[in-house]
Design a protein around this ligand. Sequence first.
Ligand SMILES: Nc1ncnc2c1ncn2[C@@H]1O[C@H](COP(=O)(O)OP(=O)(O)OP(=O)(O)O)[C@@H](O)[C@H]1O
Ligand SMILES: [Mg+2]
Length: 311
Amino acid sequence: MESEITPEKRDRKVKNVIPIFKKKPSDKKKEEEKGEGKKNFPVRVIAVTSGKGGVGKTSVVANLAYALAKMNKKILVLDADLSLANLDVSLGIVPRFNLHHVFLGEKRLSDIIVTGPGGMKIIPASSGVQELSELNEEQRLNFMEEIDLFDEEVDMLLIDTGAGISSNVMYFNAVAQDIIVVTSPEPTALTDAYALMKVMSLKYQEKNFKLLVNSVKSGKEAKEIFQNLSSAAEKFLPHLSIDYLGYILFDQKISLAIRQQRTVLDIYPNAQASKCFCTLAEKVSELFLTVPPQKGNIKFFWRDLLANARR
Ligand SMILES: Nc1ncnc2c1ncn2[C@@H]1O[C@H](COP(=O)(O)OP(=O)(O)OP(=O)(O)O)[C@@H](O)[C@H]1O
Ligand SMILES: [Mg+2]
């Protein structure tokens, strides 16, 4: 599956106008009758991604979602990470069903969504992530219907993607409105983060990234890492803009919390890492949730995802 996003498509995404499926006037009327307009809440779609695996994406998504949920934000998490140490395991959730069952027509989208700690909602994707790109026409249409029935109000959709530059990861990044790139201080994590942004910009015309530096000894170390990375990017990829989102300190309490299948913020609220996650959640909320996106509701997201996954 090779997925290219043309500049044209990118423009549509930027404007959050994704007219993939043209509607007949009669359809519009039916939607109005169903009151669908009311259900089309605008939502921020943010992908949390990395070049190298194991740098802390899932920990960031779990704790950020938890912190935001505690701030009374309605957070939906899409667990699109195919690795074994995925979100449900680290949160102690055992979902019985996932997107795969929706594609089979056995479950509704609303049936597979589970409520996690703090009230966050989680869409378990599992093998469904790969299937997205392989749906036949009937499955696609069924899924589109499911999307139309989805009426959950959501402020932010956070996507825990896999690592690297495979197309499975890339199309989630490409449809998200914002991309948080997580890196650790290790040189290989940094070069892989750089490579990911390079590929995203050259192949998918993505120009803006937010960098989150994880597992650092200090805020100073994180800032230096950001500066080194962004000056390399300025030199060789001048069209890119990388913003500094913040840092999470290295803290054994994160691993201890994962072992207990809880978020660190939940069981060790005074840990150093927990304070970092609170700061991060405030910044994320300020950056992304103070001004609601005018358009770009969750249905657009799914439709765009399906369209990208297919190409
Ligand atoms: N700030 C931190 N301090 C200490 N340990 C951390 C920190 N962040 C993550 N870890 C540990 O690093 C390991 C990998 O983290 P995590 O699973 O979140 O990474 P990931 O990027 O999601 O990995 P994958 O690419 O495999 O999905 C976990 O064991 C976690 O406990
Ligand atoms: Mg992960």
